[in-house]
Design a protein around this ligand. Sequence first.
Ligand SMILES: [Zn+2]
Length: 546
Amino acid sequence: MKRILFIIFLLLVSIAEAQLLQNKTTFTKQDTLRGSITPEREWWDLSYYNLNIKVQPDKKYISGYNIIRYKVLKSHDVIQIDLQEPLEIAAFTQDNEQLDYTKIGPAYFVILKKKQVPGAYNELYVQYSGSPKEAVRAPWDGGFSWKKDKNGKHFIATSCQGLGASVWWPNKDHMYDEVDSMRIAIDVPKDLIAVANGRLRDTYDYKYGDYKLYEWYVDNPINNYGVNVNIGDYVNFSEVYEGEKGQLDMDYWVLKDNLDKAKKHFKDAPKMMKAFEHWFGPYPFYEDSFKLVEVPYLGMEHQSSVTYGNQYKKGYLGSDLSRTGWGLKFDFIIIHEAGHEWFANNITYKDAADMWIHEGFTAYSESLFLDYYYGKEAASDYVIGTRANIQNDKPIIGQYDVNNEGSGDMYYKGANMLHTLRQLVEDDDLWRQILRGLNSEFYHQTVTTKQIEDYISTITEKDLSAFFNQYLRDTRIPTLEYSHQKRTLKYRWINIVKNFDMPIKIKIGDDEKWIFPKSEWQTIETSSSKKPITIDRNFYVRSKEY
Ligand SMILES: [Zn+2]
């Protein structure tokens, strides 16, 4: 019966795909299998990954296994596991019995023999090997980066955001479900060191052969794309940070030749920790420590092992994304990628369509870092400066269930939306309470945009649904249309979604005041029509005198 249901599901997927194609979108069956909570995913809950791989740099080859421990939520006999070609599955095994499977692209549908009893914890042993996809433009395309350092030694890293972790290891490749903990064991040639997430629990020097094992352990929930392996001729230095939750180990792994440079440059890391614990609450992974790990690409928010490749420069590879000068006060990669520990790794989206939850808040964290050290005006200059990067090409929220990210505007339009919201809240203590509250309310959880919206609406006691619809689900910038004649200021919102009625702060001459525009004209009396009207620059809106 379940097999039949499974076949019906595949047919439905095909129909859904055909309908999507009629709507002139280009999503495929594989996008649906990758991006939705399929029936072969929803019946089991991830508990633990035990990933073991041997990396052979000269051959650009990996081999190993992942033991997937899961809790049965309801009985089923097919389980979906993802692994992308050209990697190959050698075997799926449960309780020492080898299992059959069917395959659609990277999705393997494994037919289980053992009865899956609700409440039981079972393990699936997945053996695999091959030459994984090579990243051409990491971290944007993802896969393995097989590089060499200046001394000709191997310098290797994985990255897989968007593409999915199944580009290098077999797993349940959907963000809604996370393991509670994870072991990552890597065999590498003896002259190299492997650094992954969490803490280094053990190393094992094989008596025979040229390989050494590094065993890392993550004692917290972790999302798939956060898992990473970095291999190089590393040296390590560390410090203890006195944080909100006590002593936090901060560890740095850099190429041998960059040690002196890194010791100076990474002073931004404890500064970052101080600012972000202030704004967002305690670092979410004290048990796993915090690490910066040098890699041969720009950087990525890998959980508790933030990867770093910003060439020891301030700004974004030495340039200022805000064009105000403030962006050169900090190393963009240290601040931005570490900001993701709160928004991406602690609070994680369930569906890629909601990726703004990661990027919007984290882009905004850049200005909060400045706020902490240089004050509110500096922070405003920065976030307003980044508006030049906004395209308004398509909505920030993408399409659900097909692993589809929305517009790149999720970064700086997202940040400016939050900055605008801060003006509406008009109480910086409450604003900070909201940012910290999100991190405690959704601690170590996967969430939807709706949950974030509802939380903020509840705490602020404002119905913000039209506000979020405007900035997240539409591309139009709200525009204040006004005229100021005969001591009467007449104004209304245009370019807006239904029910958008955001109040806004303006100045009439030097008098600052709130006005409450709607889609219909409103009027107020002023003392003189000669006084110029200025709109508070902190609101991300446009204006048009008519
Ligand atoms: Zn980011």
